[in-house]
Design a binder for this molecule. Structure first.
Ligand code: LLP
Length: 381
């Protein structure tokens, strides 16, 4: 559980992100411990958070990186990750991004369509390179998560639909500057039950059996990311159930001799180690509601406004009687609301508030809308 160094916070300009690096280390230890099966490799989905202190811990722990843009590939390289541990996914890779990946000989491009495959072949030929690729397959599995973050259904823009896969494999195998080494899957994010991962494993088994009959095998299977965190109980469950997650694959995913499995975890690695710290500016009595107006807004943490996500909120400096508040930010939009009807100890101007479980898709999604300053970060090492 995170203990906040409140005395230190008093003199800090708010809002800022607070990262509990000790918790991040423990989380990484568990990931290593429970993924310790032959051929298992964990990549960090760097889109979740690129804070340099966090990246340094993740790099030291030996994880690879999953990127979805040229900017992320550059960020990973600058943070010292080895190019041969970088995979690059995304439905819309620009030419310069493909060139960047090839110039650095990254581990693998996860290819999402036939036109993309053709462009990779063309650029690799021009550069005298061979691009290692995996085909991202859309397995049509419902991850039972928010519709903005489900990605594995046939109607989503991601991946290659199953009925097109045979044809694209044939094309890829004929290409001189492309080496088809694997299949890639990612069914969605914030998945809190293991059933979808079991279904995914079974779907992959079916596909592998089908291709084995045709004499086609794959060196790597990338099962994507998606393991969720407990947003409602960050103190009780600061570390996700990595044992249950990796064991689901261990028990259900059939691998051939020497085959490797890649994982691309984002939220579950960094989600619980970060909190957004903000101050109460004003408490305003509405006709029916009481508003706690804080100095952070959706410019610092957009998840509640964008996905109706609920983050636990704690008043770190009040132990007054509990009252009902809408906790809102200063941005000139009604969606700038962190929580409605939240029961919190009496809020007063100057109180310090922690918005929990904000380590993933928090700081990295910050914007400067309303010409606001980007948030700072503070660490507990
Ligand atoms: N691999 C691929 C191909 C992905 O698209 C993603 C996330 C991941 C891995 C990592 O997924 P994770 O382990 O973090 O679930 N901004 C949203 C989440 C968007 C996720 C996008 N893709 C949020 O704040 O909930």
């Amino acid at each position: 559980m995170t203990n906040f160094p409140i005395a230190e916070f008093e003199n800090q300009r708010t809002p800022f992100y607070f990262y509990d690096i000790e918790l991040l280390r423990k989380t990484l230890d568990e990931i290593k411990r429970f993924s310790n099966y032959p051929g298992y490799h964990v990549h960090y989905a760097i889109k979740a958070n690129v804070n340099p202190v966090i990246l340094e811990e993740i790099r030291k722990a030996g994880l690879g990186v999953d990127c979805v843009s040229g900017g992320e590939v550059e960020t990973a390289l600058n943070a010292g990750f080895a190019a041969n541990k970088i995979v690059f996914a995304g439905v819309g890779k620009s030419d310069w991004e493909i060139e960047l990946g090839l110039a650095h000989d990254i581990e693998c491009f996860n290819v999402e369509s036939l036109p993309e495959l053709e462009v990779i072949q063309e650029i690799a030929a021009r550069m005298g390179k061979v691009a290692r690729i995996a085909l991202r397959v859309n397995p049509n599995i419902d991850a039972h998560t928010h519709h903005y973050i489900t990605t594995g259904l046939a109607e989503n823009k991601f991946g290659i639909n199953l009925e097109k896969l045979d044809e694209i494999i044939d094309v890829a195998k004929m290409m001189p500057n492309v080496e088809l080494q694997g299949l890639h899957f990612h069914i969605g994010s914030q998945i809190t039950i293991n059933d979808p991962f079991k279904l995914l494993s079974e779907k992959i088994n079916e596909l592998q059996a089908k291709y084995a009959e045709k004499g086609i095998s794959f060196k790597t299977i990338n099962v994507g990311g998606g393991l969720g965190i407990d947003y409602d109980n960050p103190n009780e469950n600061p570390i996700p159930d990595f044992k249950g997650y990796f064991d689901t694959f261990k028990q259900n995913l059939k691998l051939s001799e020497g085959q490797e499995v890649h994982f691309e975890l984002g939220r579950s690695v960094v989600g619980q180690c970060g909190s957004l710290i903000t101050r109460v500016l004003y408490v305003k009595e509405g006709t029916e509601k009481k508003f706690a107006i804080v100095d952070a807004g959706f410019t610092e943490l957009i998840r509640p406004a964008l996905y109706q996500a609920h983050h636990n909120i704690e008043n770190l400096t009040s132990d007054g009687d509990v009252e009902k508040y809408d906790v809102v930010g200063p941005i000139c939009e009604s969606s700038d609301c962190f929580a409605e009807n939240e029961m919190l100890p009496k809020m007063r101007r100057g109180d310090i508030i922690a918005i929990r479980s904000a380590g993933a898709y928090g700081e990295i999604m910050a914007s400067q809308y309303n010409c606001r300053r980007l948030p700072l970060s503070v660490y507990k090492k």
